[in-house]
Design a protein around this ligand. Structure first.
Ligand code: HEC
Length: 172
């Protein structure tokens, strides 16, 4: 009985200390400061597992390796503002994105490891508490997002010249 009482008392003390730590403002939310390694690991694994559980298994409404789809995706990518954070072939990200924590990943690397369905889900829903916006909330349709997912999958093979031509403003 005494043992259980001690555990209960410890649990109450722990709850109070946790409350003081977080609600008392001791936890530092500054983007300029990195989380402790175990916290960073836990947050990354939480995001990875959450995306894996939620990612769409919906079939894309058109073939994602079609050149016209990829080129339309490049234009959507440019106008939606992805370049500001992630950059694009031959286009540098905006300086401010270097202040984001976590860092926006290089989409060339993402494209190699992630399915189109996963990429679609991330663009559509965003990732809370990272800076990655939900583009459905920002007004893009599923079709527009599938085009972007097709482009992201193709990024490792898109040359700087291709990207420049595809996203150049049409002649009036
Ligand atoms: C304001 C900055 C910002 C903008 C704009 C932005 N992203 Fe991101 N994006 C991020 C950040 C930060 C992450 C990293 C999240 C993480 O570490 O889990 C990310 C992650 C991703 C990922 C990887 C998710 C994964 O599988 O781990 C993809 C794919 C992605 N973004 C695509 C896009 C596309 C496409 C657009 C435009 C439609 C876009 N992003 C616009 C900041 C941004």
């Amino acid at each position: 009985m005494r043992f259980l009482g001690a555990i209960g008392a410890l649990a109450i003390i722990f709850a109070i200390l946790t409350g003081v730590y977080f609600l008392g403002g001791f936890y530092n939310v500054a983007a300029a400061v990195d989380e402790a390694a175990p916290v960073k690991w836990a947050l990354m694994e939480t995001r990875r597992a959450s995306i894996a559980r939620h990612e769409d298994h919906a079939k894309p409404p058109f073939a994602l390796d079609d050149q016209t789809v990829i080129q339309q995706g490049a234009r959507n990518f440019a106008t939606a503002g992805c370049v500001n954070c992630h950059g694009a072939p031959g286009a540098k990200w905006a300086k401010f994105s270097e202040g984001l924590n976590p860092d926006p990943p290089d989409l060339k690397d993402v494209a190699k490891g992630a399915s189109a369905g996963r990429i679609f889900w991330v663009i559509k829903n965003g990732i809370r508490m990272t800076g990655m916006p939900s583009f459905e909330k920002a007004g893009l349709t599923d079709d527009e997002i599938w085009h972007i997912a097709a482009f992201v999958k193709a990024i490792p093979k898109v040359s700087e010249a291709d990207y420049r031509t595809w996203t150049a403003a049409p002649n009036p």
